[in-house]
Design a protein around this ligand. Structure first.
Ligand code: BG6
Length: 487
């Protein structure tokens, strides 16, 4: 076999967005409120306090709904992509994007999630978006559920805890395939399906007071099972309605190292990694890993499965494995070691790695390790659908010099290239995020990821003007050279 040199022809370079973090227009043109629209920006909290930023009570939800005009809910305004998407697409095309990952706000199509027919104004928005992308030769990669389920499903059903939400989701997915299938070939069901344990409200609409007391963990696993089944059923619908389209699963890749070679550290780390892979295991292999099931049983957690569920999971597995990668984690059997932040998670501080201003440890080699590990495990094409660094940028004389961001991407893309040369089958790479947007974890605007600067602060002040950063020109060169020119 000839050794692959660099990236294969047709490699999909681009960027990734989520509707709730960019669109805004939260209550326009028939859109219903989503879970994202009631999550407040909390400037007084430590950025590592994810439970504080992303947790919710019923009182919080009602307070948010009572204040439709408040500017304390940044995901309601996003970066106004809803009205400015054509200008943003033109900038992505200028960088040479081959692919753009977006999500569809479920409540823009089904305002409460329970309607039988979609909101045509919502359909028109996405139809136009995908047509414009087609015209610019940017392939859409579409996530059906990215932290933005209709709020009504959370309040009326406690989100995914209730089995009936499966039918509502499959109806939504079916409409998306019927109406957009002609323009969209690549699909993902749930963004970071594993995140249900870290932020159950934004991922699955679960509000603690609506859970059976003492059964919160059990109900989260039940909700996860419903998502697995819904994902498999949606995959079946995609195959029926859009032949040739491809479905992927999407995992937060939390590659975890043992803090030392002490067997106790290694054993604890093994479980962390087994747990991290469990979600993709179900969607790729079509069955629950036996070790995970027996571990759950030991913890008194029993997932209720309806007749036929296991067949459904077995029959409709995914075509490719996508994942986000930002940082690696370190695990120790000792409690009380210094912790460092990660993507809505904390780990033991790794002394060998630098970190971003938000404490996420920068580990490019960890990306190569993750690619090798996932490809060896699944033998399916992989797709990196999120990778990037949140940083504070400064505009000086109308320019943003962001060498730290270029360094981050260069180092990660270099490792990705090595992994491809070692034989990993990789479909593409979408940076998170090509344009500054509202942070999922902290609802900040000042945690900037983009190659394009957006003039807006944490309180929503600013002109929303877009500005090309230095990294914009750098990424354009990377794409033009198909990843050969990283300097
Ligand atoms: C991923 C999410 O986990 O991380 C994105 O899919 C999110 O929605 C990204 O924005 C970065 O996290 P944060 O909290 O910095 O926005």
């Amino acid at each position: 076999m000839m050794k692959q040199q660099g990236f294969p022809e047709g490699f999909l370079w681009g960027g990734a967005l989520a509707a709730n973090q960019v669109e805004g227009a939260w209550n326009q043109d028939g859109k219903g409120p989503s879970v994202a629209d009631v999550v407040a920006y909390k400037p007084h909290l430590d950025v590592k306090d994810y439970a504080g930023h992303m947790g919710i009570t019923l009182a919080d939800v009602h307070a948010a709904l009572a204040e439709p005009a408040s500017n304390c809910y940044p995901k309601r305004r996003g970066i106004d992509f809803y009205h400015r998407y054509q200008g943003d697409l033109a900038l992505f095309a200028e960088m040479g994007f081959k692919v753009l990952r977006v999500s569809i706000a479920w409540s823009r199509l089904f305002p409460t999630g329970e309607e039988q027919e979609p909101n045509e104004e919502g359909i028109a928005f996405y139809s136009n978006l995908f047509s414009d992308m087609q015209r610019l030769k940017i392939e859409p990669l579409v996530t059906l559920s990215h932290y933005e389920m209709p709020l009504a499903l959370s309040l009326n059903y406690n989100g995914w805890v209730d089995r009936r939400v499966v039918d509502h989701f499959v109806r939504f997915a079916r409409v998306c395939f019927e109406r957009f299938g002609g323009k969209v070939k690549y699909w993902l069901t749930f963004n970071e399906i594993d995140s249900i344990h870290r932020h159950p409200f934004t991922t699955a609409g679960i509000i603690p007071e609506q859970c059976t007391p003492g059964k919160e963990r059990q109900e989260i696993y039940q909700a996860l099972h419903h998502q697995f089944v819904a994902s498999a059923l949606a995959t079946a619908e995609l195959r029926r309605l859009v032949p040739g389209a491809q479905m992927g699963c999407m995992l937060t890749k939390l590659t975890t190292y043992p803090n030392t070679c002490r067997p106790q550290d290694v054993e604890k780390t093994l479980w962390k990694n087994l747990e991290n892979h469990f979600y993709a295991d179900v969607q790729v292999f079509g069955e629950y890993p036996p070790l995970i099931l027996s571990d759950l049983a030991r913890r008194g957690i029993h997932i209720h499965m309806q007749e036929g569920d296991l067949d459904t999971l077995r029959q409709h597995t995914v075509d490719f494995v996508s994942f986000s990668y930002y940082m690696s984690l370190t695990e120790s059997a000792d409690d009380g070691l210094e912790k460092s932040a990660g993507n809505t998670i904390l780990g033991v501080k790794n002394p060998y790695l630098p970190a971003t201003d938000w404490g996420w440890q920068i580990d490019p080699l960890g990306l190569r390790i993750s690619l090798l590990e996932l490809y060896d495990r699944y033998r399916k094409p992989l797709f990196i659908v999120e990778n990037g660094m949140g940083a504070r940028d400064e505009v000086v004389d109308g320019k943003v010099h962001d060498p730290y961001r270029i360094d981050y991407f260069r180092a990660h893309i270099r490792e990705m290239r090595t992994a491809v040369e070692l034989g990993v089958e990789l479909m593409g790479y979408t940076s998170w995020a090509p344009i500054d947007l509202i942070s999922a974890g902290t609802s900040q605007m000042s945690k900037r990821y983009g190659f394009i600067y957006v003039d807006q602060d944490d309180e929503g002040n600013g002109t929303l003007a877009r500005l090309r950063k230095d990294s914009f020109y750098w990424y354009r060169k990377v794409i033009a050279s198909n990843g050969a020119d990283l300097e």
